[in-house]
Write a protein that binds this ligand. Structure first.
Ligand SMILES: [Zn+2]
Length: 438
């Protein structure tokens, strides 16, 4: 069996690849943003994939993690349940003596709202001008379809891989990565993994950690058209104005982080702190009693603690804000309160690891010019690498429009059909290349 016949088989299946992606898009798997939200079509999608993979010769396990089965950590809420949100692990058994390879993808997608802004129904994907439009086409139901068709093509050709080929499709990546985390706890692991997230067919080997939280600054209400008076004598305090030094301190910390030589990473952007939501005040004629700012924080592997978590980052932020408040008597007496939420640990596959180079060679064989890069955001590859003892990298379709703007999470998200086919081809070549004898 030559690579040429593998590539030809995938070309022959291009229409099927598009229609599988359309089928996956039609399942509404919009991500939940909290533990209590009811499931949508997640179970139906997983059963659909399991049926298809079994028909191609795989064993497929669709399992619903028990509530509270995940270890208590800053990544997921305690007691998190998966009712109606099963995970799937399928296995094409190898002939023996090879290394195992895992394709992992998330089935959840971000909200398609505002739906009316789309040029076509986001859940009824359609091809226009060589592009397949629909929510999740690029991030990342197209990547999942590519993995399935790659495995089906190899099976149809009778290719006997020495190592096992696994496909794991998981929920909740767009929220907190709980699905792949649960899959890892269920025993999903392999000698290497590829996550076909959108990467422009580059190989992504490193990613930053994510920390989410809020800082709340207290004020004291009073009539806004009257002088506030002395706060020590019960006078009003404007919480919005007291938030300004906090924001300035966070901005200075971001600049200090970026300038710190210890924070230079060959593949990753520097760590960052971005205020993303601000809520303050109760009434337009009242001094605001409180002001809350949500923060999106990204941190480098070098900043993580021993467990990969952001404890040192949290300390750094809280210390910096406390120091900035020392110049203000109200803020000293009423220090801003921090509430820390989701943490997603960073991970990287070492630059010396052969996985990146061998996968890049598969993309090169398709006439692409893949680079080895870091990811500014976060993916389930981090969970596989860090907790699954499975070095994981990302390689998938193009995520930018010709003008350079991203297609991910946008209105009129699309995937180039040629990219969909190239992703399936790269994954099929990778399966042949990476499941050889140990
Ligand atoms: Zn994604």
């Amino acid at each position: 069996m030559t690579n040429t016949s593998v590539l030809a088989e995938i070309d022959r299946r291009a229409d099927d690849l598009v229609s599988l992606t359309c089928d996956l898009v039609a399942f509404d798997t919009t991500v939940r943003g909290s533990a209590g939200e009811p499931a949508r079509d997640e179970a139906d999608l997983q059963e659909y994939l399991a049926h298809r993979l079994r028909a191609a010769g795989a064993t497929a396990d669709v399992f619903t993690p028990a509530p509270g089965s995940l270890p208590v950590s800053p990544q997921t809420p305690a007691g998190l349940g998966f009712d109606g949100r099963p995970q799937l692990i399928a296995r094409f058994p190898g002939t023996g003596g090879g290394r195992s390879l895992l394709f992992n993808g998330h089935i959840d997608v971000v909200s398609a709202e505002p739906m009316a802004a789309w040029s076509s129904d986001p859940f009824r994907a359609e091809v226009r001008g060589g592009r397949l439009y629909g929510r999740g086409t690029c991030d990342m139901k197209g990547g999942i379809a590519a993995a399935v068709v790659a495995a089906e093509a190899l099976a149809a050709l009778g290719v006997r891989l020495p190592g096992d080929l696994l496909i794991n499709t998981a929920t909740d990546e767009e929220w907190n990565g709980a699905g792949t985390l649960a899959s890892v706890h269920h025993g999903v692991r392999a000698d290497a993994a590829i996550v076909p997230e959108p990467t422009d067919l580059d190989v992504v080997t490193a990613q930053r950690g994510i920390l989410g939280g809020t800082v709340t600054v207290a004020g004291r209400p009073g009539h806004a058209e009257h002088p506030p008076g002395d706060w020590r004598a019960g006078g009003a305090v404007n919480a919005i104005e007291k938030t300004l030094p906090v924001l300035a301190a966070l901005q200075r910390l971001r600049e200090r982080w970026a300038a710190d030589p210890a924070h230079r990473h060959p593949l990753l952007p520097p760590p960052s702190i971005v205020p993303t939501i601000i809520r303050g005040g109760e009434w337009w004629v009242t001094y605001p009693a409180s002001c809350e700012v949500a923060l999106d924080i990204t941190y480098l592997p070098v900043q993580a603690d021993e467990g990969g978590w952001a404890s040192r980052v949290r300390d750094d932020i809280e210390r910096t804000v406390r120091a900035a408040c020392a110049a203000d008597e109200w803020l000293t007496a009423h220090p801003p309160r921090f509430a820390w939420d989701t943490e997603l640990p960073p991970a990287e596959v070492g630059s010396g690891h052969p996985l990146a180079g061998r996968l890049a060679a598969c993309a090169t064989a398709l006439g692409r010019t893949p680079r080895v890069l870091g990811e500014p955001s976060w993916t389930d590859a981090a969970t596989l690498t860090r907790y699954g003892r499975t070095p994981a990298v990302c390689l998938g379709p193009t995520a930018t429009r010709p003008d350079g703007s991203p297609t991910l999470h946008t209105i009129d998200e699309y995937i180039e059909v040629s990219d969909l086919v190239d992703t399936a081809k790269a994954l099929a070549l990778a399966a042949v290349e990476l499941t050889g004898p140990a």
